[in-house]
Design a protein around this ligand. Structure first.
Ligand SMILES: Cc1cc2nc3c(=O)[nH]c(=O)nc-3n(C[C@H](O)[C@H](O)[C@H](O)COP(=O)(O)O)c2cc1C
Length: 210
């Protein structure tokens, strides 16, 4: 197992995946658990994740992703979605889950629930959607590090048409919207990007010590 910084240096945004290599069910399960453990604002988890293996669906999605090869070459394509109708009922859902997991009464959490509902009610639909989309990005960051620690390759991607993804995957009717995507698998030995030096600004340029 590589240490943290070795893993983060090892990872890069894969441009070409090895199409013959597939992620095992066991590793896929671990990655799903890692995603499930992502933190979110208030712990409200306003997200849903699609894991796509189906070749036909991948082909359709590639066509609306600037024809980027990773979409079809990858082992699995993870689509990070946000809940487009997140509301106070969603807060109640969460409270129920806290009550049952921690074995406490819902009533004992009334103040807590009302505080979160106040937050939800205080935002416009678009502000709430923007908030939900930010949570999905946080899950993406968490996911990328998890993949790297497991020696699994990935490429975070924004280069695709969100509305087309929503259509192809019938997301609107499910109350979901696409945020960002991440193909995962194993790098091809022909991917010339795998050996390129990482380009990052030096510490002194991005940090201020106070
Ligand atoms: C939100 C986001 C969207 C990105 N979209 C794409 C994309 O559509 N296609 C692609 O090949 N790389 C994409 N990248 C990869 C970045 O170009 C890459 O992470 C960056 O150049 C740093 O290089 P590294 O990740 O290899 O260290 C994206 C990265 C992020 C974080």
């Amino acid at each position: 197992m590589m240490n943290l910084l070795e893993s983060l240096d090892w990872r890069y945004a894969v441009k070409q995946f090895d199409e013959t290599k597939r992620i095992s069910n066991d590793d896929l399960h671990k990655l799903k658990e890692a995603l499930r453990l992502s933190p979110s604002s208030y712990g409200l988890q306003p997200w849903h994740f699609l894991v796509i293996e189906n070749e036909e669906v991948k082909q359709k999605l590639r066509a609306v992703s600037w024809n980027q090869g990773q979409i079809t070459q990858c082992s699995h394509l993870v689509v990070f979605c946000y809940k487009t109708n997140f509301n106070t009922d969603s807060v109640d859902d969460f409270i129920e889950s806290v009550a049952s997991i921690r074995n406490i009464s819902k009533e004992s959490m009334n103040d807590y629930a009302n505080m979160m509902k106040g937050f939800v009610n205080g935002l416009s639909r678009e502000e709430l959607n923007e908030w939900a989309r930010r949570q999905a990005y946080l899950a993406l960051g968490h996911f990328l590090v998890s993949c790297a620690m497991m020696g699994i390759d990935a490429c975070p991607m924004e280069g695709f048409l969100k509305d087309s993804y929503d259509d192809i995957l019938s997301l609107k009717e499910k109350g979901l919207g696409t945020v960002v995507i991440c193909p995962i698998g194993y790098r091809s030995k022909d991917d010339r990007f795998s050996t390129m030096e990482k380009v990052r600004f030096p510490l002194e340029k991005i940090f201020t010590e106070i």
